[in-house]
Design a protein around this ligand. Sequence first.
Ligand SMILES: O=P(O)(O)OC[C@H]1O[C@H](O)[C@H](O)[C@@H](O)[C@@H]1O
Length: 561
Amino acid sequence: MTNGQPHVTDETPAWAALRNHYDVIRDVHLRTLFADDPERGGRLTVDAADLHLDYSKHRVDEETLDLLASLAEERGVAQHRDAMLRGDRINSSEDRSVLHTALRLPEGSSLVVDGVDVVPEVHRVLRSMGRFAEEVRAGDRRGHTGKRIEAVVNIGIGGSDLGPVMTYRALRSHADTVDVRFISNADPADAVARLHGLDPETTLVIVVSKTFSTIETLTNATAARRWLLEGLGFADAEQLTDEAAAAVSKHFAAVSTHEDRVRDFGIDPANMFGFWDWVGGRYSVDSAVGLSLMLAIGSEGFHQFLAGFRAVDEHFATAPLRRNAPVIAALLGVWYTNFFGSESKAVLPYSNDLKRFPAYLQQLTMESNGKSVRADGTPVRSSTGEIYWGEPGTNGQHAFYQLLHQGTRLIPADFIGFVEPNEDLPTADGTEKMHDLLMSNLFAQSKVLAFGKTADEIRAEGTDEALVPHKVMPGNRPSTTILAPRLTPSVLGQLIALYEHTVFVQGVIWGIDSFDQWGVELGKQQAIELMPALTGPDSPVDLGDSSTTALVRRYRAGRGR
Ligand SMILES: O=P(O)(O)OC[C@H]1O[C@H](O)[C@H](O)[C@@H](O)[C@@H]1O
């Protein structure tokens, strides 16, 4: 099954060879690939640190994998990887290095960029985060009225939200001491709902913004400051008197690359944790942006999280392309996107704690690789940017898996599961464990997607002939299964690094700059420009197009303006 015409216009030797090979493999069923090669299930696997990837249920044979590796070689994946890791300015449109991997280099190592060793800087910030987090967790750093901090509110958006919110939820069972909430949206409902029930006297607000100029974040931070001062009994919550500033300094911290803007907002720079412009927002959860996670799981847990990233970084840096997990994952994505014409990929964690992982990965892949010009400004020569979506299993099985199994689209999937649960409960009759039930569902789903059930097998069960076509399960739907020992801070770091490098390799194959995001700017700018048309004294006559003009006029009328 394919989704129409393969989206390939690129005609380099490796692409052309893959295109010819695709014409053969597209008609080969996974049932045949497995029948012809009984060792396949054990062989088409790769281990990266604690992550075991089984990619045998993909529509590939050894020749496909060789050809895909040739494509990686043709595109210079290893050379680009080395350039990133040593700090070359590979983010060409912003003239920046891309060094999220430096955030997890061990203390004592060295990476000199523009004459500065960045590793001691990284560890200086980690130490000050660690001191701050442990003081809060121990109750040594208290609120304005002397009460212990019990809740943390992370205010940020995009990379300043998705990483913290995803990781906090993922490591819920490793968290103690403080309850963390997240405010991101310009919708006031978010701040209202998240602040509801919190006591300002025991709440710490962390304002996270790389640029410290993002309107949603500054607006929500101002709302939280107002809420805090009102809650602490200040008569005028708009006035930052000396006493109010002292209160704010006990309840507000900031994470940013812009100290001047943090100070202007009224947050004590002593409570500011920095990072650097060589860390992209969507690659920043392992920087000070992860402070809320550190407050929840402790400094030691955060260092384990970093060690997990580092283990996969080392694998990515050293494993040969054919044994390199992120490279293989990336090439499989290219195979389906550019040759089978797949439009999306499902990420299916069999872990309720990874509920926000697909959303986190959406920013990672779509903001990185949603580009239609190459790094040199010329048009891309193939489709780019995998669209990830998904929900945890087993919930998804009862919602959208029908389309995965019997729909007309080819949607490759990543199943993510863990051998050991962090918690377990008995099944209904008390004889089994719920974690085993969960994992048997994961294994069953990837098996059914791959192998399906034929009309003959269905007939053999005595099924009414009229029902047979409805019950046929076509199979031949590819998936990777990522199996890890347990969802720990280290394993979560490993999973994130696996996808970071997968996205990177795809960007190299497509020839794009995966580290800028110019496409998000115009909408932000126009929102600011449109605001007076919504709130000003006169209804707008012409906002440049008849649709927007009519919508804004209707909105104003509804608001009585
Ligand atoms: O951390 P900030 O500077 O507030 O940026 C927050 C987010 O907004 C931007 O629009 C970008 O699209 C994201 O990549 C970024 O993570």
